[in-house]
Design a protein around this ligand. Structure first.
Ligand code: PMP
Length: 281
């Protein structure tokens, strides 16, 4: 793994217990997928990283080319064919204080890889996943990709306890997003997903999938939808860098459509993966 300029084996990698990422979740992260040993939409992830840092008053720890080099070296040295690169940048280590430390405090930068054979040819995509709904109790700036992931973790556990795979979070009667993915329904030939803003993460996969859907002449509506609307939908699915396009076949135990992965979700997954492989770097 990579820690502040050094490439180290996992068991030799350390960060300070005073790191603000540890003490305050004062940190942002990115997860970039790897297919065929190449990075998917690196430019999108680098741009979102810069935006998240900027929203929290932190600079980019290195320029995008240097960041790409670190990603590539880790993929190569760890022999990753299919998998993920995780990146985290924190405000660094300092005496514990709610106020930020001096701006010259060195940031902590950590990257590591995870091999995930079968990421693209995922059997789950042929079956679809089940979701439960839970209230969205996260903070109000979900567009910043911080490491405050406790509530989404609790949501995953709530889903597991009910025999489901994931949770969709609901606020003011409308679905915001999944614990680690963007949420969509399909009605007739229209794809519906929540509009961008502070209430959801601006998914890199969401952006690509909506562009590809429009290019394929599918109709897209970016608006909030209710749980009732989702229950009555023809299809549902989620998107994320690590699941690509994943059909959702049950919500709160009730089948969506015929309870099988839908035509639109299946097609979008194919189109997305095809383009992703061709544009990976
Ligand atoms: N929403 C949330 C809350 C997430 O954690 C993620 C994945 N990090 C996404 C959406 C999907 O974003 P992306 O497509 O960039 O992985």
């Amino acid at each position: 793994m990579y820690v502040n300029g050094d490439y180290l084996p996992e068991d030799r990698a350390t960060v300070s217990v005073f790191d603000r990422g540890f003490l305050f979740a004062d940190a942002v992260y990115e997860v970039t997928s790897v297919l065929d040993g190449r990075l998917l939409d690196f430019a999108g992830h680098a741009a979102r990283l810069e935006r998240s840092l900027n929203e929290l008053g932190m600079p980019m720890p290195m320029d995008r080319d240097a960041l790409l080099d670190v990603h590539r070296r880790l993929v190569d040295e760890n022999g990753i064919d299919e998998g993920l690169v995780y990146l985290q940048v924190t405000r660094g280590a300092a005496d514990r204080d709610f106020a930020y430390p001096d701006a010259d405090t060195p940031q902590t930068v950590v990257l590591f890889t995870q091999a995930k054979p079968g990421l693209a040819d995922n059997p789950k995509a042929r079956e679809g996943i089940a979701v439960v709904t839970i209230p969205d109790q996260r903070w109000g700036r979900r567009d910043i990709k911080t490491v405050q992931l406790l509530y989404p973790s609790m949501g995953k556990m709530a889903a597991k306890a009910e025999g489901a795979d994931d949770a969709w979070m609901v606020e003011d009667g409308a679905v915001t997003e999944g614990t680690s993915n963007n949420a969509y329904i399909v009605r007739g030939d229209t794809i519906i997903t929540r509009q961008l803003g502070h209430k959801i993460l601006h998914g890199i996969t969401r952006k690509a999938v909506l562009r590809l859907a429009r290019e394929a002449q599918m109709k897209v509506e970016e608006r909030a939808f209710t749980v009732d609307e989702a229950r009555g939908a023809d299809e549902a699915f989620v998107t994320s860098a690590s699941s690509f396009v994943m059909p959702v076949v049950r919500i709160d135990g009730q089948p969506i459509g015929d309870g099988r992965p839908g035509r639109v979700a299946t097609r979008l997954r194919e189109i997305y993966l095809d383009e992703a492989r061709h544009t990976a770097i």
